[in-house]
Design a binder for this molecule. Structure first.
Ligand code: SAM
Length: 285
């Protein structure tokens, strides 16, 4: 038996669950699932199945379905159970709760009511994909799912064009080809990118290339499964002088020349001395 019954303080325990391979669960997650007074889940069947796999009995506990949009009702009930001193474990269908998954409104109201909110951390597709990609991880931006409609998707891509870090998107296999084609167009055909699919599962696949080569590949090959797309940040020379100047002017409205140059050179990944000289020039004008 891998789990133990442990005494749990009253509070909300967010429990991360595997994103594929069932054994990617932590021992502490198993303990919390075995010991919590109340079990709640985005998908009650997935949690029951996971507990069965790991031999954790329900012991008369029901699993309550909770979605942020299931509304006040269930949330209020869970809050009153916390008020009565109970421990509540909450799990997503897969991965870490709140990461492109429900839990935000629950965490907010439980914290506002002054109860303990804690977590048993574990798998998430974001971190797993970043680990395998071979793209810089010093800074990254998780952009979630892009909108389905073409114009909205292109606007979404445009909004993150100059983010100074690796971009991470969740994407459906049906839209992958279109998304990569739009990304090549909006962000630049030569940006390095990675498509990771079915992480931790039997058909795990990681494909690397430029946005245009990946767009071409996935236009010709339709795929199934779960997907994370990662895109490298813009290299300095892709930024136009005009974009840098606009950002500098804005920064100079409420920053010193030195701070504005520092912020803008970091944001665009360009030489600080050059930006400092431009900032001095702009300030002089
Ligand atoms: N909470 C989850 C997490 O922590 O990663 C994410 C839930 S979100 C509703 C589901 C999306 O996450 C999928 O459509 C896919 O983009 C990504 N994802 C989840 N599991 C994955 C896997 N095994 N391989 C690749 N992507 C995955």
């Amino acid at each position: 038996m891998n789990h133990q019954i442990v005494p749990l303080k009253a509070g909300l325990y967010f429990v991360a669950t595997p994103i594929g391979t069932a054994r990617d669960i932590t021992l502490r997650a198993l303990d919390i699932l075995a010991s919590a007074d109340i079990l709640a889940a985005e998908d009650t069947r997935s949690l029951r199945r996971l507990m069965e796999i790991h031999g954790i009995p329900l012991n008369g506990r029901k699993i309550v379905a909770y979605h942020d949009h299931s509304g006040e009702g269930v949330r209020k009930k869970l809050l009153s159970q916390l008020n009565d001193g109970h421990s509540v474990a909450y799990a997503s269908e897969a991965g870490t709760p709140l990461i492109a998954d429900p839990g935000y409104h629950l965490a907010k109201s439980v914290a506002e009511a002054g109860h303990l909110v804690t977590s048993a951390p574990g798998p998430s597709a974001i971190v797993t994909a970043l680990t395998l990609a071979g793209l810089p991880t010093d800074a990254f931006f998780f952009a979630g799912f892009l909108p389905n409609a073409k114009t909205a998707r292109r606007n979404g891509l445009d909004a993150v064009k100059t983010v100074p870090g690796t971009l991470v998107f969740y994407e459906s296999p049906k839209r992958l080809g279109d998304m990569l084609a739009d990304a090549a167009d909006v962000l630049g055909a030569d940006r390095e990118a990675v498509v990771s699919r079915e992480l931790t599962k039997k058909f795990e696949e990681v494909r690397r290339g430029t946005l245009s080569s990946l767009a071409e590949y996935y236009a010709a090959h339709s795929v199934k499964g779960e997907i994370v797309v990662l895109i490298d940040r813009a290299s300095g020379d892709e930024n136009s002088e005009e974009d840098i100047e606009t950002a500098l002017k804005k920064a100079l409205e409420n920053m010193t020349v030195r701070d504005a140059a520092d912020t803008v050179s970091k944001a665009f990944g360009v030489n600080k001395r050059k930006v400092y000289a431009l900032a001095l020039d702009l300030k002089g004008k």
